[in-house]
Ligand binder design. Structure first.
Ligand code: M6R
Length: 616
């Protein structure tokens, strides 16, 4: 978790690097925002540094009226794992002399052992695992007179157990940044006037689109002249930059007050991007190129396991309904953090699908590796191009949602469901699904963006409903069938950004206990769309009404009957039952968003959370 940025001017010039580093950190702030710091080295080999507890703005406040003129710099925004949120635990960290300066993302699991074994006489100032790394580099750096930062880092990393994305500098070699990656992403940007390194590509976009995604076990050396990549044996590796697709505008708020609202509003377009080139309407077929499985291999798959966390898990639950209904494919869905700590039985001909927006979620990555070890074919459904899960899976599908910067996942969720639908269609058409049904499914899929737009137009209606309910502290979210996971997703959205207690459940479960809590203080948001379970949902709604529960209903447009049961109602356009979650989720996203804004919360960066969860 945590974000890193590094910058080195080509050809050795000097300039004020603070604004560049700060702008980079702002784009990484979603990765953690407990505290932030930066170090800049000037042409005389001196270091200028600043740290601050709190969000990037508090660091900016401290930097006010200061210029950090230098040739290179490194900076970090932290999400605390080892050691509290204090200035001394804030990165950059240094060795005893203060001459080796380091930022790190990840966890050094054996930091206590390393400290005990090699660093007993070193002087530590923080409680972090990271500081051990700075001292371990120092341990090797001072063993000879030859100043060799890269070699010392490699020696240190050979002793390290854990994950890292690192950028380190030494005042004794003041024209170099050395970086290393294992399990925490790092991307090199090659600009006309500088080299950059960052935890993801978004801070690079104002400078360049030419990037190299470092692989695990790679070491990068940046100097004003060039960049070189090595392996952990210190052998040179040849890599050429590639062009990234994301543009600068995509990474900005584009006039919206928050990334979350922008990302909700983007869904009609991002949904189209997920489908682009993947559907053949005349043949009623779908094709996901990244699967890298022949039709015959796809026909041999007898079971799908979906593994994910949070919203991606909810997308997987929706996917189970779709895959079983459309492709007749037995599908299990499991929370990634549980998967590898039980004894998962992976049957023959199982395809394990790991869904992750960031592609960096440690639990999901761990589960992927375990499933593969047990003999399963694995694939990723991932948003961030070049991310660890995307590359580790070797086979997979990008959801093409563009950068999702709000911590609360919205457009990635709908695109994950879109891809699962496309996959189900592809599998179904390879086995039993007739041409006519395939064509019908594609027709319905292609109508979704316009229907999403219809819901988005009701933003003000939903805002007014949120206004009415903003003071309530407990909510239930209920749905049935394929919309039961949307109830879970609606509750997750509300609690994570507005800090209101919310529970989501299949509505059939209410009578097994939760209905005891229903009264006029616990509003219920219920999905009562016209589908195969409509009558049963209406009965559940009646049961709530009879107990004086307040009801906010999501219903199919034109349904006047159900309106009589509601306190408030949001209408959505009619679509096929299998695709309905793509629509029912949108009012839930907007409701959660407005609740959070009205309660004065930091929508895009909710407390205690981070966008990519790279710890277990
Ligand atoms: O990057 P991932 O999709 O793997 O992230 C999984 C969850 O951490 C994520 O969906 C989380 O639940 C979101 N904050 C939900 O909005």
């Amino acid at each position: 978790m945590c974000g890193i940025i590094g910058y080195i001017i080509k050809e050795g010039g000097e300039k004020n690097l603070a604004p560049i580093l700060i702008n980079g950190l702002r784009r990484l702030e979603y990765r953690g925002y407990d505290s932030a710091g930066l170090s800049v080295i000037n042409a005389k080999g001196e270091v200028l540094k600043e740290k601050s507890v709190g969000k990037i703005d508090s660091l900016v406040e401290k930097l006010k009226d200061q210029e950090f003129i230098g040739t290179l710099g490194i900076a970090h925004t932290r999400w605390a794992t080892h050691g509290g949120v204090t200035e001394s635990n804030t990165h950059p960290h240094t060795d005893c002399s203060g001459r080796i300066i380091l930022v790190h993302n990840g966890i050094i699991e054996n930091y206590r052992d390393l400290r005990e074994k090699f660093l007993k006489d070193h002087n530590f100032v923080s409680e972090t695992d990271t500081e051990v790394l700075a001292h371990l580099i120092e341990y090797f750096y001072t063993q000879t007179n030859k100043k060799d930062l890269r070699g010392s880092l490699i020696k240190a990393l050979q002793l390290v157990v854990g994950t890292y994305g690192i950028a380190v500098v030494s005042l004794d070699e003041p024209n170099k940044i050395i970086c290393a990656r294992k399990g925490s992403p790092l991307v090199l940007g090659v600009a006309d006037d500088a080299f950059l390194i960052a935890s993801d590509a978004s801070p690079l976009l104002p400078h360049t689109k030419k990037v190299i995604y470092l692989e695990d076990g790679e070491i990068l050396e940046l100097t004003p002249k060039d960049f070189q990549i090595f392996n952990l044996k210190d052998e040179k590796i040849a890599r050429t930059p590639e062009e990234i697709e994301w543009n600068e505008e995509q990474a900005q708020k584009g006039g919206f007050p928050h990334f979350m609202l922008k990302e909700i509003f983007e869904q009609p377009n991002t949904f189209k991007d997920a489908l682009a080139g993947r559907l053949v309407p005349n043949d009623g077929v779908a094709h996901l190129g990244g699967l890298r499985l022949t039709d015959e291999e796809l026909r041999q798959i007898k079971k799908i396991k979906i593994i994910a966390c949070g919203s991606a898990f909810h997308a997987g639950l929706v996917g189970k309904y779709i895959l079983e209904h459309v492709a007749w494919m037995p599908t299990d869905v499991e929370v990634a953090s549980e998967f590898r700590y039980r004894d998962p039985v992976v049957e023959d001909n199982t395809l394990t699908i790991c869904i992750s927006q960031s592609g960096e979620t440690a639990d999901t990555l761990g589960a992927l590796i375990e499933a593969r070890r047990k003999g399963s074919k694995v694939m990723g459904i991932v948003n961030v191009v070049g991310s660890t899960i995307a590359r580790e899976a070797g086979r997979g599908v990008y959801i093409h949602a563009g950068p999702e910067l709000s911590v609360a996942s919205t457009k990635a969720f709908t695109n994950q469901v879109a891809i699962l639908m496309v996959l189900a269609l592809q599998l179904g058409r390879l086995t039993h699904l007739p041409l006519a049904t395939g064509k019908l499914i594609i027709k319905s899929i292609l109508e979704i963006p316009a229907k999403m737009q219809e819901i988005i137009k009701q933003n003000e209606v939903i805002k007014n409903i949120a206004e009415k309910y903003k003071a309530y502290e407990d909510f239930y979210f209920i749905g049935r069938g394929i919309n039961a996971p949307i109830a879970l997703e609606g509750a997750l959205k509300l609690k994570e950004i507005s800090y209101v207690h919310a529970e989501g459940m299949p509505s059939g479960e209410l009578k097994h206990g939760p209905i005891a809590l229903i009264d006029d203080k616990c509003p219920v948001m219920a999905i009562v769309t016209k589908d195969s379970l409509y009558e049963k949902m209406v009965s559940n709604v009646e049961e709530i009404k009879a107990r004086h529960g307040k009801l906010i209903l999501i219903a199919t447009e034109g349904d006047e009957d159900v309106k009589k049961l509601s306190d408030d109602i949001i209408y959505i356009p009619k679509t096929s039952e299998m695709l309905s979650p793509l629509l029912t989720v949108v009012p839930m996203q907007l409701f959660a968003y407005h609740m959070a804004v009205l309660r004065g919360k930091d929508v895009d960066r909710p407390r205690n959370l981070a966008k990519s969860v790279t710890v277990e």
